[in-house]
Design a binder for this molecule. Structure first.
Ligand code: AHR
Length: 631
């Protein structure tokens, strides 16, 4: 018999307990969440015409000009010449593995352009389906020798996952063009230039306690020049300097040599997204060290000032008054109110004494000005190695607020580690399980699946995280998103193509824990011990003081059904509703897919139950969430 004692709360559960980790990996931002359909809109990729094809023209007709002194952040533009009698010249854009477009949806086509004095130019945008037919069309008249933004809207006549877009230059003359853009109008909250609605909805449905951004390794960069610099990601989008994505590679299973960061999804948009979905923002800042798996490039401490200033300015950007430099920019971008930033990560998976030295410089400088900001510090990827132990010990000695632990391990590790935090000290540093995912094969292998075995082992492990909410204050699965035609990493929580998306079984595990979070852990025991693997059963219990309910999360990781009885102590109830949600499959290899997004999905069932004795049959290989009204 399991004993649950509601009258003996163990610890508070932080509102941040279950969150999401966002990184622009696997086309997560450009080609994913950021709804821009044109790839390389400002010709700033390493090859200026990457993603573009010239139709009815040759090299002499299309020049890529560079005006670096005039426009250092966005120097290139296309200069097109059409001679008298020449057929219209086209610049055809292939999109991010083509373009997904929908019948009846409006699209905004815009560009910056200028022509010669006295010239009346004509540019037509044509949306073309996979079969070559025109499925959308709009024209712009161009006049004037100064750069201006032109914009027109049109409706798409046919749904197509593999469309492309041609910009036709229809009248003779010369044209300078830049920032060629095509956006659907059905973005999240209908924001122009916004985010893909279906992908944000999947995040919002999780009710995450926090959103970490912008990564991951992308924060560090392969070298310092390519590190993530938030100041280059805010303000007008044509002034956000494009750089090569750290995950740009020819050598992955799905090569992505065309992976760059436009920063259309930048720090302002991340804060806004956090606010939209009710999550605390958790930005991670480069600590003066590039990704150590790639290079040992580390900034000399005498030059660390710029990096520290970036962190200080970020707090001003998020929280500052409108009369401060960075607070003013936030206001100008449309958000006069502060974003209420409370915490910030310094470094990602950085190690060695050089990390600790830099961390101390950051911590001292930021705390002097902003004593209430909490820091997330990183202890790396090897949860049992010497490097991890060294950092963990030293960070605790330094009184780190929150220590970020990462583990990408096989399902057995997750099952065996459900007690990982049982003996962690309760006082002092808290733990952020910042990146974890069970691996069915090698990282990034096409056979590394989001299968039920992995998801179930994560659920078992997460019962241990929640039982230890006294020390674990945050947790997030990683990575979050992956485009089925452009990924560099497996497994991933949410998969999508150009039109559709689905949550993996791992997604439903995360979601069930998050939407059934509760506010206080209460004991659930079997023979006076925590439930962490006895007969392959794992459990955690908590109460939700807002809804006045007891919530039990119960994992049966074995292949046989179990009959379970719960003695609910301290519960003063007659009868009431019990809601049981089950996530299960008898096939551990089962995955969800675009074709079968709900092959594994939660099923709810309500019934009335009397008294303090509850019986539950737990299906083989199942996660069950039980909500019991306490009054
Ligand atoms: O989640 C993918 C990568 O794994 C992250 O960028 C990095 O922090 C970790 O090594």
């Amino acid at each position: 018999k399991f004993v649950v004692d509601v009258a003996k709360p163990i610890s508070k559960i932080q509102p941040t307990m279950w969150g999401v980790f966002f990184e622009d990996i696997n086309f997560g931002a450009d080609g994913g969440l950021y709804a821009e359909l044109i790839k390389n809109r400002s010709f700033e990729f390493i090859k200026p015409l990457m993603g573009w094809e010239v139709l009815n023209g040759n090299n002499e007709d299309v020049l890529i000009l560079n005006r670096v002194r005039e426009n250092p952040k966005n120097p290139r533009f296309a200069h097109i010449s059409i001679k008298q009698g020449q057929k219209p010249l086209g610049l055809s854009n292939e999109g991010f593995r083509a373009m997904g477009v929908k019948q009846g949806v409006g699209y905004s086509f815009s560009l910056q352009a200028r022509v010669k004095s006295g010239q009346k130019g004509m540019i037509r945008g044509e949306l073309v389906g996979a079969d070559g037919s025109t499925i959308g069309n709009a024209s712009l008249e161009i006049a004037g020798t100064d750069w201006k933004t032109y914009k027109v809207e049109f409706k798409c006549s046919k749904t197509d996952p593999k469309a492309h877009f041609i910009v036709w230059f229809e009248k003779e003359g010369t044209y300078d063009v830049d920032m060629i853009s095509l956006f659907p109008q059905d973005t999240w909250k209908g924001r122009p230039g916004g985010l893909r609605r279906d992908l944000v909805q999947l995040l919002a449905d999780m009710k995450p306690g926090f959103i970490r951004f912008p990564g991951g390794c992308i924060v560090e960069g392969r070298n310092l020049a390519n590190r993530y610099q938030w100041k280059n990601t805010v303000g007008p989008i044509d002034q956000r300097q494009v750089i090569m994505n750290r995950w740009n590679t020819e050598f992955a299973h799905k090569p992505t040599p065309d992976y760059f960061q436009s920063f259309g999804l930048g720090f302002y948009e991340y804060f806004q997204l956090a606010e939209d979905i009710g999550a605390e923002p958790l930005p991670i800042i480069n600590c003066g060290m590039a990704c150590q798996f790639n290079s040992a490039e580390t900034v000399d401490t005498s030059d660390l000032g710029t990096y520290v200033q970036d962190a200080l300015d970020l707090i001003e950007f998020a929280n500052g008054e409108l009369n401060t430099k960075w607070g003013r920019l936030r206001g100008k971008m449309g958000h006069a109110a502060p974003f209420h930033l409370k915490m910030m990560g310094i470094g990602n998976e950085n190690w060695g004494p050089q990390y600790l030295t830099r961390l101390k410089i950051f911590t001292d400088a930021i705390h002097e000005k902003y004593p209430h900001i909490k820091f997330v510090n990183s202890s790396g990827t090897d949860p049992s190695g010497d490097r991890f132990d060294f950092l963990n010990t030293r960070l605790r000695e330094m009184h780190a607020d929150i220590i970020d632990e990462h583990y990408y391990r096989n399902p057995s590790w997750f099952l065996a580690n459900a007690r990982r935090y049982d003996n962690y000290p309760r006082n002092g540093s808290k733990v952020f399980a910042g990146e974890y995912a069970a691996q069915s094969d090698k990282i990034a292998s096409p056979d590394n699946k989001n299968n039920w075995e992995c998801a179930l082992s994560e659920a078992a492990f997460m019962t241990g995280l929640e039982r230890n909410a006294a020390v674990v204050s945050m947790a997030s699965y990683a990575p979050l998103f992956a485009h089925i035609d452009a990924w560099q990493w497996t497994p991933d929580l949410i998969w999508f193509d150009n039109l559709k998306a689905y949550g993996t079984p791992n997604y439903y595990v995360q979601k069930l824990f998050s939407i059934n979070k509760g506010t206080e852990v209460v004991p659930i025991t079997l023979n006076s011990d925590v439930v962490a693997g006895q007969d392959s059963l794992y459990a955690t219990a908590c109460v939700d003081e807002h809804t006045n309910e007891l919530i039990i999360k119960f994992v049966n990781a074995s292949g046989v059904a179990t009959q379970n009885e719960f003695d609910l102590k301290g519960v003063t109830r007659g009868s009431g509703v019990v809601t049981i949600t089950t996530l299960k499959s008898d096939n551990l290899n089962q995955c969800n897919s675009l074709e079968h997004p709900d092959a594994i999905a939660p099923v709810n069932q309500d019934f009335n139950q009397n008294g303090n004795n509850l019986k539950l049959e737990a299906a083989p290989y199942s996660l069950t969430v039980i909500r019991i009204a306490l009054k």
